[in-house]
Design a protein around this ligand. Structure first.
Ligand code: GLN
Length: 303
């Protein structure tokens, strides 16, 4: 399989056939991103990265950060986390409140906002500052010390955080927050506001394709933890469209409203796509189309 030629072909085909759509508009810092940007990077398990288009341009990590936060917790304290958050797809939008009351303040999974805030809270109780821990990890895995929090995105997220604060306070009312809501919300927002390129994200996610091994050869997760994290990505990683995504693409993946998607082909590679235009679920329109073409042309779905 000649990956550079394949990526060129997919980029050209999707640019031609699939309209880019519109970026997230809940904050100006995302609404103003050039909707024609489109990049794809593939990182092999040996660390070789191939890219096409805007694959080296940093964009807002948003909910892709939820994968890394969960990995940081699994590496330190897996068992007690699962008393506080479930592992089932939600079938509801990522910022929905409805299931929390019926389920006594226990969010469905770590990849919806409520579940990610519980995971952040859990990590904060272990390391202090979850966002700082994440930045250290992402810089090390990507080899890019310029990975940083975008203060404009962070500040505007804070002005738009009523719903996330409501989710966190609601969980706190059930005793499912260990740190003050303000502390957790601040750390959660800083994780969402991290800027990384497709290259950086594909490299940072390689431990998922390497059954838990980090870039420096040390182990982050056990084989079965890496398997579990990939399983949660497959069932919950693309919000309430995870079923459709598994049907079309067939690999573990996590999307973010910045327009990025990190996909994993265990034992082989990671792929990160970025195009800011989103569908109604919050997944990148061209990103999903490009991953669909990638797994179709390579035959590399997990099925
Ligand atoms: N910052 C966004 C939020 O918390 C992230 C959501 C996402 O990427 N789905 O609402």
């Amino acid at each position: 399989m000649h990956i550079p030629a394949l990526l060129d072909a997919i980029h050209a085909e999707v640019s031609e056939a699939v309209p880019h759509g519109l970026p997230a508009d809940y904050i100006p810092a995302l609404a103003g991103v050039d909707a024609t940007k489109f990049g794809i990077a593939v990182a092999d398990i040996d660390g070789t990265v191939t890219g096409v288009g805007d694959w080296e341009t940093p964009f807002s990590l948003q909910s892709i950060s939820k994968v890394f936060t969960l990995a940081m917790v699994l590496a330190r304290d897996e068992e007690s986390l699962w008393d506080r958050v479930g592992k089932e797809p939600s079938g509801n939008p990522f910022n929905s409140l409805v299931q929390l009351e019926n389920e006594a303040g226990i969010p469905r999974n770590p990849f919806i906002n409520a579940g990610a805030m519980v995971t952040t809270d859990h990590l904060a109780s272990i390391v202090g500052d979850a966002a700082a821990e994440l930045l250290t990890f992402l810089r090390a895995e990507s080899g890019n010390l310029a990975v940083r929090v975008d203060t404009e995105v962070r500040d505007s997220e804070i002005t738009q955080s009523d719903r996330n604060l409501a989710l966190a306070h609601f969980m706190a009312s059930y005793g499912n927050m260990r740190n003050p809501v303000a502390t957790v919300a601040d750390q959660y927002v800083r994780q969402c506001a991290i800027m990384m390129s497709c290259r950086d994200i594909a490299l940072s996610g390689l431990f998922l394709a390497r059954h838990g091994m980090r870039t420096d050869g040390s182990r982050l997760l056990t084989r079965s933890q890496a398997k579990r994290l990939n399983a949660i990505m497959l069932t919950c990683g693309t919000y309430d469209a995870a079923g459709e995504f598994a049907y079309r693409v067939g690999v573990p993946a996590k999307s973010g409203v910045g327009g990025g998607i990190l996909a994993v082909i265990p034992g082989r590679c990671t792929i990160c796509v970025w195009s800011p235009g989103l569908d109604t679920h919050g997944n990148s329109v061209r990103g999903v189309a490009a991953l669909d073409r990638f797994t179709t042309l390579t035959g590399w779905s997990v099925f």
